[in-house]
Design a protein around this ligand. Structure first.
Ligand code: ADP
Ligand code: MG
Length: 254
């Protein structure tokens, strides 16, 4: 069953200077528990696409469906994690992780216990009462992920989630994040401009054209389907072939 479906989706922004065509005729169907990475040049509409799925924006034409229901506005089934981790420096780690639940008025004693258990399971036990400034970049990213998972979304939207991390950290945090999302059986749509990151993490990589963003091609990544982790995937010989193919697609002029 398709968890997420985009049917003939176009989006135009209206500005003082006129209309900006951001996305044109997007058709995409994403299965339950699938990890889809979206790659494309800056300004091709990747963040716009996530905003449409989250319901923060409505399409100019076409429709977005989650579990066959048309998305009419922000909804509980979707969790959105932005580029910057947006942790509040004056709140403790636990209070940051509880923020989403607090905003939804769902901060029950049971929910608090669940979040504490997640912090512990994901290497943040003992840090509940620390502040974000005392944590490494990778740990902060995990707190942001736990905050997003706390409200129990089925679908996670990740917008360049590792761009603030250095190369070494990106590899290890990517490994952890994939492990967590597989364990929790989430459906994931991740935007990135890092091709190796996309190939190492996703079941399918969607390549977009420059603005107005259309889908240029979709690549199925065999290693993820076979259950390899991102680090294992980077080790197989086909990894480079996928990289080269997708790089050429991304840089093709037409
Ligand atoms: P990406 O995430 O791929 O870099 P975006 O989805 O942020 O691209 O933006 C796609 C295009 O739409 C860009 O050309 C951007 O300048 C334009 N755009 C984004 N947001 C707005 C807005 N609120 N008003 C007008 N134009 C916008
Ligand atoms: Mg963006």
């Amino acid at each position: 069953m398709a968890r997420v479906e985009l049917r003939n989706v176009s989006l135009n922004y209206h500005t003082l200077a006129g209309e900006v065509k951001a996305l044109e005729q997007i058709n995409l169907s994403i299965q339950d528990q699938e990890f889809v990475a979206i790659v494309g040049q800056s300004g091709c509409g990747k963040s716009t696409l996530l905003s449409l799925i989250s319901g923060l924006l409505r399409p100019t034409r076409g429709s977005v469906f989650i579990d066959r229901e048309e998305v009419q506005g922000p909804n509980k089934r979707v969790g959105y994690m932005l580029q910057n981790d947006y942790l509040f420096e004056w709140r403790t780690i636990l209070d940051n992780a509880l923020l989403g639940l607090e905003i939804r008025r769902e901060k029950t004693a049971e929910a608090v216990e669940e979040v504490k258990a997640m912090l512990k399971a994901y290497g943040l036990g003992g840090f509940e009462h620390h502040y974000p400034g005392q944590l490494s970049g990778g740990m902060r990213q995990r707190v942001a992920l736990i905050r997003t998972l706390a409200t129990k979304p089925d679908v996670l939207l990740l917008d360049e989630p590792f761009s603030a991390l250095d190369y070494q950290n990106r590899l290890s945090v990517g490994e952890e994040v994939v492990k967590i999302l597989r364990e929790r059986k989430k459906t994931v749509i991740m935007v990135t401009h890092d091709i190796p990151e996309a190939v190492s993490m996703a079941n399918r990589v969607v390549v977009m054209t420059p603005r107005p963003g259309r889908i240029r091609s979709i690549h199925r990544i065999k290693m993820c389907d076979e259950g390899l982790t991102p680090l294992q995937t980077r080790e197989v010989p086909q990894f480079r072939e996928y990289f080269t193919t997708i790089w050429k697609e991304l840089n093709r002029d037409d």
